[in-house]
Design a protein around this ligand. Structure first.
Ligand SMILES: N[C@@H](CS(=O)O)C(=O)O
Ligand SMILES: [Fe+2]
Length: 221
């Protein structure tokens, strides 16, 4: 079952953006446009050509405003988290739009993702409402041992982080007992959606391949 943002209302954990010094706020549409422009200029399709620091700086520049992202927000009560498509550019036909995938993720209280890899893609994550705790693990060399935790951090509204297979594996969860959390994720290339990715058993390190990361909605038209 899908609940809309209007019923019940999204928790108002994040401040709305006030234009400062008379200038217009930097909106989600601005961010989406700047990401596309940067990826289009990055000189080809592939992991190595992407400047992830620049993508993070763009995500940092945006201050979350629920009015910008309410149209993408769907929360499935029976899921730990719901993946909503903002934009999925997966055609290699137009080199101007380097393939990438932008998603709005809605996390139920206390719930999270399984430990997973990122299918050799860059992943930029920005918290749009609430807070998310990320646990990073070493990528195991073999099976039969519990995964080793490298680092755990909690990110609050408007904070940005970056993940890739070079850093390791991770799981993300919403630590709040009652409030939903919302995050923006940018994947480039969108390999998890196109090819698949691995989830890992925390106790044994055993990997299971998932053929496709699915999401709701058609995204932007
Ligand atoms: N990478 C996960 C979300 S997270 O745990 O970073 C996904 O796209 O479903
Ligand atoms: Fe992830």
């Amino acid at each position: 079952m899908t609940t809309s943002i209007l019923s019940p209302p999204v928790p108002l954990l994040c401040p709305s953006v006030e234009p400062h010094h008379g200038s217009l706020p930097y909106t989600l549409d601005d961010l989406v446009g700047d990401i596309k422009a940067h990826l289009g200029k990055s000189g080809g399709i592939g992991y190595a050509n992407i400047n992830s620091d620049y993508l993070m700086s763009l995500a940092q520049k945006y201050n979350s405003n629920p009015n910008d992202w309410a149209r993408y927000y769907h929360n499935c009560a029976e899921k730990s988290y719901t993946r909503n498509t903002i934009e999925n550019i997966n055609s290699r036909a137009n080199i101007q739009d380097l393939i990438h995938y932008k998603l709005l993720l809605v996390w139920n209280p206390g719930k999270g993702s399984p430990v997973h890899d990122h299918a050799n893609a860059h992943c930029v994550l920005k918290v749009l409402a609430g807070e998310l705790t990320e646990t990073i693990y070493d990528t195991p060399e073999d099976e039969g041992h519990p995964l080793r935790v490298k680092k755990q951090s909690t990110y609050h509204t408007d904070q940005v982080t970056y993940m890739s297979d070079e850093i390791g594996l991770h799981r993300v969860h919403n630590p709040h007992p009652t409030q939903v959390a919302v995050s923006l994720h940018l994947y480039t290339p969108p390999n998890a959606a196109d090819i698949g990715y691995n989830v890992f058993d925390e106790e044994t390190g055993k990997a299971s391949f998932i053929t496709q990361a699915k999401s709701l909605g058609a995204g932007r038209s």
